[in-house]
Ligand binder design. Structure first.
Ligand SMILES: O=C1O[C@H](COP(=O)(O)O)[C@@H](O)[C@H](O)[C@H]1O
Length: 256
């Protein structure tokens, strides 16, 4: 496998330690490059890390006005729908981070199904690809994200890249529409592997025994088609940040 597995005792300690790691990584990125690009995940750990982040005073050490936030995927639903990843992120912590200087202009949401493209999901996916290209360095189509976080489903999906789907094979586009997701809602927009794998650091955030088989498969040599998480990696680091319950399927000695 590529990457390092770090096991935390509980979901709470995983979220708190990952939030602390995120703060340090963003501060380092800003010291080196001025601004930082962070990709958020949806799902349970997406909310947990934002809640932990806003609960620590150390979050104030980040220059939030120089942070770009992106999403790895989005459920294609109307704006403010409770199931949108962005809605959940605002509830979990983005609203508080705006008080620390995070600006709407650098919160890059994927379009909603009642947004500028209406229900044309392909157009909405392409719109996000253009937004990524606008912030990319010359000659690149996406920013070299400093941290890209990924939750992992029980079926080992990441972002909205699901087992056996055509989106897994895309190499020439940075975003894609998923029209028939096995997990509701069926319509989603996702980053593709070329976009994900441009990140400096990819962090998988996984809690719960229902994810243990997915963690074991993705880190144990399963194919990308079976376990999409196996196809994601960073250019500098790939970290599996998991809790003990998500680690129960790992061979003994594979964790820290
Ligand atoms: O639907 C989604 O699911 C995955 C995993 O979510 P979880 O609640 O099982 O942790 C998430 O990473 C993705 O962003 C989201 O759209």
């Amino acid at each position: 496998m590529t990457g390092q597995i770090i096991v935390h005792p509980s979901k709470e300690s995983l979220a708190a330690a990952s939030a602390a790691r995120l703060i340090t990584t963003v501060i380092d990125a800003q010291a080196e490059r001025g601004e930082a690009h962070v990709v958020l995940t949806g799902g349970s750990m997406g909310s947990a890390i934002l809640e932990a982040l806003v609960a620590t005073p150390a979050a104030e050490a980040i220059a939030w006005e120089l942070v770009h936030l992106w999403w790895g995927d989005e459920r294609f639903l109307p704006e403010n729908d409770a199931d949108r990843n962005a809605t959940q992120a605002f509830q979990a912590g983005l609203a508080q981070l705006k008080r620390l200087g995070l600006d709407d202009s650098t919160i890059h949401q994927m379009a909603a199904s009642d947004g500028p493209d209406g229900d044309d999901i392909e157009a909405a996916a392409q719109r996000y690809a253009r937004a990524l290209a606008d912030e990319a360095a010359e000659g690149s189509t996406v920013p070299a994200f400093d941290v890209l976080m990924l939750g992992v489903g029980p079926d080992a999906h990441v972002a909205s890249l699901f087992p056996g789907k055509d989106t897994l094979a895309l190499t020439d586009v940075m975003t894609a529409a998923e029209l028939d997701s096995p997990k509701p809602p069926p319509q989603r927009i996702t980053l593709t592997y070329p976009a994900i794998n441009a990140a400096r650091q990819v962090w998988f955030l996984v809690s719960g025994e229902d994810k243990a088989a997915a963690v074991a498969a993705a880190t144990g040599g399963a194919s990308v088609s079976e376990a999409p998480a196996a196809g994601a990696h960073g250019t500098e680091a790939t970290l599996w940040l998991i809790d003990e319950s998500a680690a129960v399927g790992l061979p003994r000695g594979d964790d820290d």
